[in-house]
Write a new protein. Structure first.
Length: 57
């Protein structure tokens, strides 16, 4: 966990210096993306839980 924090710190600083709080960085094996969210409303926990339960159906 400490290694991940150490690796993430420069990305967090870069994001804060170059973008706004509506942005995030997604790091994947084949790419790094800067994404912006214009609007977000969290789903009800019950709905998410039902989806997870029914994923095998």
């Amino acid at each position: 966990m400490d290694e991940l924090k150490k690796l993430a710190a420069p990305l967090q600083e870069w994001l804060a210096s170059n973008y706004d709080p509506m942005c995030c960085i997604v790091v994947q094996a084949d790419r790094v993306e800067v994404l912006r969210s214009e609007m977000s409303i969290p789903a009800e926990v019950v709905e998410i839980h039902k989806h997870w339960i029914n994923m095998d159906d």
